[in-house]
Design a binder for this molecule. Structure first.
Ligand SMILES: CCCCC/C=C\C/C=C\CCC/C=C/C(=O)SCCNC(=O)CCNC(=O)[C@H](O)C(C)(C)COP(=O)(O)OP(=O)(O)OC[C@H]1O[C@@H](n2cnc3c(N)ncnc32)[C@H](O)[C@@H]1OP(=O)(O)O
Length: 289
């Protein structure tokens, strides 16, 4: 209930801000953790995640992201979205570990419902989505990129991308796995999921996790030029084709959303899984020295 009220408030605040910030035909609206600007080719919005330090997908961030996407979907002048990050060196650190550790089952269920919601919206969006991956992109960060129609990644060997859940002692759910298989094929996905592989940009390009790797200072211009190419395709034929390619994967979650929430909740609540997450969080802390 509280979340629904927050959602209404944010939608309202976002539209007021959108009007107030209109300058020279470029428009912007912002929630605390997501900034949306329309710039560049007509009909294109740039969506920037800004949840420092690492753009982890906290419940608030997921909610704001979903609302921003909903607003763009409802704006018939917007045909494409470039998804990127405002946090230096990080695209997104994925799901927020603190939402999955040390909480109660009701919280886990609420969190997972919102993860599902964002995924379904992104994966089935009618808009053209291009990701400009300008930093590290593990697990849920990789998931965001995989939802896009095209992925451009910065050529910086410090940045890695992949579904690394197994390294945390957790398991990517079937719909993460399905999307990975759809993108890189069964054998590569099987290996990468079991090993929790985080690919360098060059490796990611080789296996097909990303479509293009460009020098870091060209990620945004390349994403824009890719977008221009995709915009040249009639919307109706592109959208019907996208739907044909993605519907079965999305439907398999839609058919069992409740069961999936329950699976997640009981899995993540297990002592052994909480212990693994604790160890992983400690490792992240120790890394700092
Ligand atoms: C058959 C049964 C199946 C049942 C299955 C059912 C359901 C499925 C169950 C579970 C599915 C869960 C799916 C999970 C998906 C995820 O996305 S999990 C998150 C994975 N993310 C990561 O592994 C990334 C971890 N972070 C890093 O590697 C690094 O932080 C970095 C992103 C590379 C950035 O490095 P750096 O710039 O050096 O920053 P720091 O490491 O110092 O981090 C800064 C602070 O941020 C905190 N942090 C980092 N990542 C996260 C995160 N994901 N969530 C929350 N917080 C994070 C980090 O701890 C630092 O905090 P402090 O400053 O120390 O407080």
């Amino acid at each position: 209930m509280a979340l629904a009220a927050a959602r209404r408030l944010l939608l309202h605040a976002g539209s007021r801000l959108g009007r107030r910030e209109a300058v020279d035909g470029a428009r912007r609206f912002a929630n605390k953790r997501v900034l949306v600007e329309t710039e560049g080719p007509a009909g294109v919005a740039v969506m920037k995640l800004r949840n420092p330090p690492v753009n982890s997908l906290s419940l608030e961030c997921l909610t704001e992201f979903t609302i921003s996407l909903e607003k763009l979907e409802n704006d018939k002048s917007i045909r494409g979205v470039i998804l990127t990050s405002e946090c230096p060196g990080i695209f997104s650190a994925g799901l927020d570990l603190l939402e999955m550790y040390g909480r109660n089952p009701a919280h886990y269920a609420e969190y997972w419902k919102n993860v599902q919601e964002l995924w379904l919206r992104l994966y089935t969006s009618n808009m053209i989505l291009v990701s400009a991956i300008n930093g590290a992109s593990p697990a849920g960060g990789c998931l965001l990129a995989l939802c896009c129609d095209y992925r451009v990644m910065a050529d910086n060997p410090k940045y890695t991308i992949g579904l690394n859940e197994s390294l945390l002692g957790i398991v990517a759910p079937f719909w993460f796995k399905d999307m990975y298989v759809n993108t890189i094929g069964h054998r590569e996905a099987e290996r990468a999921l079991q090993l929790g592989t985080l690919f360098s940009p060059a490796e990611a390009l080789k296996v097909g996790v990303v479509d293009e790797v460009v020098p870091e200072d060209q990620v945004h211009s390349k994403a824009r030029s890719v977008m221009t190419k995709w915009l040249a395709i009639p919307d109706h034929s592109r959208q019907l084709t996208k739907n044909m390619m993605r519907k079965a994967t999305a439907d398999s979650l839609i058919k069992q959303r409740e069961a999936d929430i329950q699976n997640f909740t009981s899995f993540i609540s297990k002592d052994s899984i909480q212990k693994s997450l604790h160890m992983y969080l400690e490792k992240l802390k120790q890394k700092k020295g």
